[in-house]
Design a protein around this ligand. Sequence first.
Ligand SMILES: *Cc1c(COP(=O)(O)O)cnc(C)c1O
Length: 389
Amino acid sequence: MMDIDRIRAETPACREVLHFNNAGASLMPAPVVAALQNVLNEEIALGGYEAERRATADLEAFYTEFAALLNADPDEIAYVENATRAWDMAFYGIDIGPGDRVITHGSEYVSNYLGLLQQARRRGFKIDLVPSDATGQIDVGALDRIICSRTKLIAITHVPTQGGLINPAEDVGRIAKAHGVLYMLDACQSVGQIEVDVARIGCDVLSGTGRKFLRGPRGTGFLYVRRAVLDRIDPPFVDLRSADWTGPDSYEMAPGARRFENWESFVAGRVGLMAAVRYARQIGMRDIEARVTDLAARLRDELGVLKGVTLHDQGARTCGIVTLRKQGHDPADMAAQLRAQGIHVSVSSVSSARLDLGPRGLDTLLRASVHYFNTKEEIRRFAEAVDRL
Ligand SMILES: *Cc1c(COP(=O)(O)O)cnc(C)c1O
């Protein structure tokens, strides 16, 4: 059983605010803040390189903690400053040329899709959109049918930013493997709220961020790259961390996923994110997933009976992200009114979800995203506040 009192005591902001913006940026628990501040204090007292030397064990633990969290090997993990650049470091390094095809889905994250559009234009490949099934998730049967000999990559998002659905990542993995197609999974909104196992899913690349459901610092992210596909991805940038300068005219890529990192980085942030992963693992991802799923279901139940409120989450399986509208109310105004009451939510807009909210005729949604440190009492309070608006 989870010790919610202790967890909330370690999250001091819980006393001040009702935080349902965990899909935007969650609240850092005290051990994460302490880890961050410790490195910063040492940088102040000793200097940056000296502080980094003292943090050697914690920096190594970054790789082992993530490996344990994702069921990977430590040398398949890279630190990257955010999820978008992590995704870019893999995607921009894949050999996709004129006439090739890349498959994605309407739930793909905006920045990934912009990268696909830019590179499709520059390199002359085609983007194939796999349709949704009746529940709104990726239609796995259709995916199997649209893969062709020119398909070089399947790039999908596990949990979209703009809704509560969980895409069937394992089914996609099975199909990608059967066709021998490279498979990239954006797990930015899933890692930290549900169990994510790269072996079970079968993805070759997985990207994520620190600040969302992992409860780490801002400006931190990570990348997983399966060892077996390393030679199919040539990092778009190299530097003295990702490569060794072996002679005047030669270099060798660093072994493992370190080739996707860069030399200078936010050392305190790396240690803070390590501490966040350790904290999540100590609580246990299975328990976290069960509680987040339960709280979100409760939230949908309480909101669903309110006058004028409609829920907009799709998918056969849903998670801690809850999207809604209230008749006659603009979601951005609702978010501002709630903020004035110390209630934190965010808004998803069609400009960041053209292929998802667009076809559904939605321009904006209010997004309330719960985490395990939230309570039933907060859900009740939130529903009352929405009802009063
Ligand atoms: C937030 C988000 C990202 C981007 O993460 P950054 O760390 O801001 O780069 C990518 N994908 C999804 C699904 C997201 O929700």
